[in-house]
Write a protein that binds this ligand. Structure first.
Ligand SMILES: Nc1nc2c(ncn2[C@@H]2O[C@H](COP(=O)(O)OP(=O)(O)OP(=O)(O)O)[C@@H](O)[C@H]2O)c(=O)[nH]1
Ligand SMILES: [Mg+2]
Length: 425
């Protein structure tokens, strides 16, 4: 158990209701993001307005109201539901006397705190520096610098133009340097990915909203069908538990194999820079033969979450990959499970064995739909072919004839092309 006592930083969350759909939901999500960043939401202040004030985001009266509420409650930090322009950020800080953390900076902080691997850390740092570049004279920049070590210790408030220019250049150099470093890591990842593509093992990728249960499903399947050396991944009840992509090979009882990848979850308004810099992490999903969208069916906002996933996939450029929907955490609802709906939807609980079996059935139907069944007569002199087929394909029947082994085999089209010379009419 974690025994360190962390005092949560008190914050006020604020939002502009410009009549956009799902405003309330995005505010609920903002509160969850704040909690994920160890903050305590003291209160929420909204303003209904046609469009944001270009100078201060909120209208003048609202800025004063926020300042007064913050003062009265000794709250040092205000969180806004949208990404603010550099001047809005500056003006709002002046108007409220508080530190302003916009949604983007908040998500960046969470990612920075969660990043474990070198690749994830580099990706977050690049996104952070890009966000800071136009905002050097705000506390948002200083805060990111202090909290995450993303920069190199600039102090910019009230700095002169020359100093500012210098800082800009330093940051630009820093970004270029980090990009190079990331590219060298990406290269080895790309090589691995190419090798996998060559091996022609079909790939499925778990995608979906953060905390929906992707890693739990991955681990359930790894425990059932992974070889001993295939390790489980980190799963936890918190937003953005996973920031990297893990790939595991699974071998089903009928010898069918596939690769399963688990990756970073989504949230609405995921910052563009972050999506950009996580593209290499998400490439695994982009190259998959099948997407498995995991949905937290017990969350009343699950439909919005699905819309967010659809939007994010589009943003990454993933549009034409077949997808199955997994309505997970059904054990937390009144709905019966496991249930198959049509041929591409299941209602399950990642924590139930029968659910995982049903899910595997659906995955199989999609990934192996091109598999062929053929009867092959392998002469005794080609014993190595029999061993290969035994190891890599699903042998439905074996008969020993005088002139060789007669096998009824279910296999990939590739294997079929290699061995159809043995086929019996
Ligand atoms: N009751 C219940 N809890 C579940 C189920 N699936 C996952 N969970 C829990 O939900 C929480 C999040 O699960 P993860 O597997 O880490 O979620 P994720 O989608 O990988 O999340 P990110 O990595 O943050 O994107 C954990 O506490 C899991 O134990 C389920 O079917 N039923
Ligand atoms: Mg995860």
């Amino acid at each position: 158990m974690d025994t360190t006592i962390q005092t949560a930083e008190p914050v006020i969350i604020t939002g502009l209701d410009t009549g956009q759909q799902d405003f309330d939901y995005s505010m609920v999500e903002l509160a969850e993001l704040a909690q994920a960043n160890h903050m305590e939401v003291i209160t929420r202040i909204d303003q209904v307005i046609d469009r944001p004030n270009p100078a201060t985001y909120f209208g003048k009266g609202k800025v004063e109201e926020i300042r007064d509420v913050a003062d009265a409650n000794h709250v040092p930090t205000i969180i806004t539901n949208d990404e603010l322009s550099p001047s809005q950020l500056r003006n709002l800080e002046e108007g409220t006397g508080c530190r302003i953390l916009d949604r983007t900076a908040l998500i960046l902080e969470i990612f920075a705190n969660r990043a474990q691997t070198k690749e994830a850390k580099l990706q977050v740092q690049i996104a952070e520096l890009q966000y800071r570049l136009p905002r050097l004279q705000t506390s948002a920049s200083e805060r990111l610098d202090q909290q995450t070590g993303g920069g190199s210790g600039f102090t910019n408030r009230g700095a002169g133009e020359t100093k500012l220019e210098m800082d800009r250049r330093t940051i630009q150099h820093h970004i270029a340097h980090l990009r190079q470093e990331l590219a060298s890591i990406d290269k080895s990842e790309q090589t691995k990915r190419k090798l996998r593509a060559k091996s022609a093992i079909p790939t499925a990728a778990l995608v979906g909203y953060t905390n929906s249960g992707k890693s739990t499903i991955m681990n359930g399947l790894v425990r059932k069908y992974g070889a001993a050396e295939e390790k489980t991944v980190f799963e936890k009840n918190m937003l953005f538990a996973t920031l990297d992509t893990s790939v595991r090979q699974l071998t089903l009882p009928d010898q069918k194999r596939f690769l399963l990848s688990d990756t970073v979850g989504f949230v609405s308004k995921l910052p563009t820079h972050l999506v950009e810099s996580f593209k290499s992490t998400l490439a695994e999903a982009a190259n998959a033969d099948l997407l498995i969208q995991v949905i937290d069916y017990s969350d009343p906002h699950y439909k919005q979450m699905m819309a967010t996933t659809a939007k994010t996939l589009k943003q990454i450029g993933i549009e034409d990959i077949p997808m199955i929907n997994v309505f997970n955490k059904a054990d937390k609802t009144e709905i019966e499970f496991p249930i198959l709906e049509g041929d591409d939807q299941v209602v399950i609980s990642a924590k139930q064995d029968a659910s995982l079996d049903l899910l595997v059935d659906v995955i199989k139907k999609h990934l192996f739909k091109d598999y062929v069944t053929a009867t092959l007569l392998i002469p005794f002199t080609d014993g190595h072919v029999v061993s290969y087929l035994n190891e890599h394909t699903n042998i439905l029947d074996t008969e020993y004839k005088s002139n060789g082994t007669l096998l009824t085999v279910e296999m990939s089209t590739q294997d079929y092309q290699r061995y159809n010379k043995y086929e019996q009419a």
